[in-house]
Design a binder for this molecule. Structure first.
Ligand SMILES: Cc1ncc(COP(=O)(O)O)c(C=O)c1O
Length: 392
């Protein structure tokens, strides 16, 4: 066997089931509905927190940009891939965050890869929350820095680990806002105290909290009043803005030099104009319709409290992500299928995507979910516990 054959033969998949390995979903004109296996289902397993994927402004902006600028830039930002619209989005993001500068990347994954590996190098030390997203781990690995993991959401453990270093100027801490699988929040104010005390840089990935938390939707750092203590915020357009792309912004630093250091920025084609246009339109909606955030959090509260009452094992905080830990692999698959049969699509999650050595179902809410859809989601979870594969 050659290497490819050996590798493919040795890959262990949690489920050898075509649906579980990426269910084809037909979405047609509505952010909250899809067709799966010929059945109409409520989409409760997306990151469409503000429900903007079909917002008329965002769709029209994308259509106009595609007609005017074409389907792609065919080049990197450092070559032929910077259009005035990329710069405009960067200016708008910087204004939104009250930041000195912003850089737009083609994906959120690349935003982490480029930012982390553009800043740290083999002489650096990176302290990561143990439950960090893969893109953070991958960025740290690409940088060549020595990586230390601190216990999930444990500022004391971080303090202990930082207390052992004698060169804080070479160190960087990375945390997230809302964690994507169980919806828990980072203790960001405590983390900021620790990083400020030690004089260590802090990057916060607000992928799941941008557009969701804070008076203006700037995320957990805004909610906890620590924006000025964060060196760089990284985020994505693929969740609250309903398209694709990523960014890094900073209130404290001019990030422009990163453009020449971030390989994920330098050596990849820039975002297509239609995506930039829809991201800009979505940012305007996010700013002018704060009621979307209110609705989202009301929906989240309703589902979280109901599932708590049904006895599900949940994350510690009410947030738009309501993850239920199920542990047993086969039971999780059966539960996921049961919810689908009851008209509700959620995410089926197994290691390494889940935060522990267990499986879970990830339900996520949207501002676009109507009250009757929220009730359908709740009733499906109730049935799963009372008469479905999770009944005792
Ligand atoms: C915390 C976090 N950071 C970064 C990303 C990557 O973002 P994108 O999917 O937009 O590339 C994700 C995606 O799920 C994420 O959850």
């Amino acid at each position: 066997m050659n290497l490819v054959e050996r590798r493919i033969a040795s890959q262990e998949l949690p489920w050898r089931d075509n649906d579980a390995l990426g269910t084809p979903i037909t979405v047609d004109g509505d952010a909250t509905h899809g067709i799966v296996n010929g059945r109409k289902v409520i989409l409760a397993g997306t990151n469409n927190y503000l429900g903007l994927t079909f917002h008329p402004d965002c769709v029209a902006a994308a259509q106009q940009a595609a007609s005017r600028y074409g389907t792609g830039t065919t080049g990197s930002r450092m070559a032929n891939g910077t259009y005035p619209e990329h710069r405009a989005l960067e200016r708008e993001l910087a204004e939104f965050y009250g930041a000195r500068s912003a850089i737009v990347f083609t994906t959120g994954y690349q935003a982490n890869l480029g930012t982390i590996a553009g800043i740290a190098d083999a002489r650096s030390k990176i302290f990561l929350d143990a439950e960090s997203h893969a893109s953070i781990y991958d960025g740290a690995k690409l940088s060549g820095a020595t990586t230390f993991r601190f216990k999930h959401n444990d500022a004391k453990d971080l303090a202990k680990k930082l207390g052992r270093i004698d060169d804080p100027g070479s160190a960087m801490v990375i945390a997230e806002g809302i964690y994507s699988m169980l919806g828990d929040y980072a203790p960001l104010a405590e983390i900021c105290e620790v990083t400020s005390h030690h004089g260590v840089a802090l990057i916060v990935d607000e992928a799941h909290s941008f557009g969701v938390l804070g008076k203006n939707g700037r995320g957990l750092a805004e909610l906890q009043g620590v924006e000025d203590q964060v060196d760089i915020v990284v985020g994505t357009f693929s969740k609250s803005l309903g398209c694709v792309g990523g960014y890094a912004v900073s209130r404290r630093h001019d990030l422009d030099p990163l453009r020449a250091a971030a390989r994920a920025y330098l050596f990849s084609a820039s975002p297509v104009p239609s995506v930039i246009a829809s991201a800009r339109a979505a940012l305007r909606v996010l700013e002018r319709e704060p009621e979307r955030r209110t609705r989202l959090l009301e929906n989240a509260e309703r589902v979280y409290r109901a599932l708590q009452q049904f006895g599900y094992e949940l994350g510690p905080a009410v947030s738009p992500v309501v993850g239920t830990i199920i542990r047993d692999t086969e039971k999780t698959l059966a539960a996921w299928r049961f919810l689908l049969d009851h008209g509700v699509y959620v995410n089926l999650v197994a290691p390494p995507a889940s935060p522990g050595p267990y499986c879970l179902l990830r339900c996520s809410l949207s501002a676009a979910h109507r009250p009757e859809q929220v009730e359908t989601i709740i009733e499906a979870y109730r049935a799963l516990k009372e008469t479905g594969p999770l009944a005792r």
